[in-house]
Design a protein around this ligand. Structure first.
Ligand code: SAH
Length: 243
């Protein structure tokens, strides 16, 4: 998946333009000259083969040669609500969530979460989404929503979705998934929730269970937030068909 570049504006017609960090990388790291071919994506689900036409100081003009609708998404859309850990660990979580195919990540505000995510932090994480998408080949960007309070997030998940909340000591995740992935139809949507370092409170757990969520466990060890998030996403996505 080398040489993929993200174009901020939707690509229409035969022309495309790279700016900012993407143009800098292509011009100064790859030392691209007119004629150099690259793959572009704009987050719409398509990818484009394009040829460099003109290299300027901070912009690169390209001619679009072909447009291909190439879907590398999961067969069931997956939303992940997570009380984000701090610093590098949140960036790591975002990168891995993109690679595993999460469609939407919702930062959760819970009773025991520490600080709120600032808009600048969320912007940095959106940049990490683009970097991970370049690397893993996704042509749709994982959305990062504005932070939501846990009760709102729990209530907004459709009742027909598979709704799983990770909690130490809960019934083993595999056993719970057996009930949903039983060889018949795949679920239409999956929504997952991971708590903060301090865990969900009993009241939060009770609220989730009362509104039809199921709690799932990953054995007797306490996992860090990002480990639990990836364990849950990987366990669920392993039940989907990968084409
Ligand atoms: N301090 C809490 C643990 C918090 S770990 C306690 O001792 O209970 C952070 C989050 O990761 C949890 O809220 C839960 O969503 C998830 N998690 C961690 N370990 C888990 C496990 N063994 N099973 C299921 N979820 C787990």
């Amino acid at each position: 998946m080398a040489d993929r570049y993200f174009v901020q504006n939707p690509i229409e017609g035969q022309q495309a333009r790279l700016a900012g960090a993407e143009a800098h990388h292509l011009a100064h790291v790859m030392r691209a000259k007119p004629g150099h071919e690259v793959v572009l994506f704009d987050g719409s689900g398509a990818e484009f083969t394009a040829r460099v036409q003109r290299v300027c100081r901070s912009e690169i003009d390209l001619v679009v040669i072909s447009r291909d609708q190439i879907d590398r998404e999961l067969s069931v859309p997956l939303s992940l609500g997570v009380a984000l850990p701090k610093g590098d660990r949140q960036r790591w979580l975002v990168e891995k969530a993109v690679e595993l195919g999460v469609a939407r990540l919702v930062p959760l505000e819970t009773e025991r979460s520490s600080d709120r995510q600032s808009p600048a932090v969320l912007e940095r994480l959106r940049r990490a989404v683009i970097e991970a998408s370049k690397q893993c080949g996704r042509n749709r960007l994982m959305e990062i929503d504005s932070p939501r309070k846990l009760p709102d997030f729990l209530a907004a998940a459709p009742r027909e979705a598979v709704r799983l909340l990770a909690h130490p000591g809960a019934k083993d995740c595999q056993g719970v998934l057996d009930g949903f992935f039983n060889g018949k139809q795949l679920p239409r949507q999956i929504v997952l929730a991971i708590g903060p370092e301090g865990g969900f409170t009993q009241a939060e757990l009770d609220l989730a269970l009362a509104s039809g969520w199921q709690s799932v466990g990953f054995g007797p060890r306490i996992l860090r937030v990002e480990t639990a998030a990836l364990a849950l996403v990987a366990t669920v996505t392993a039940r989907m068909q990968h084409e």
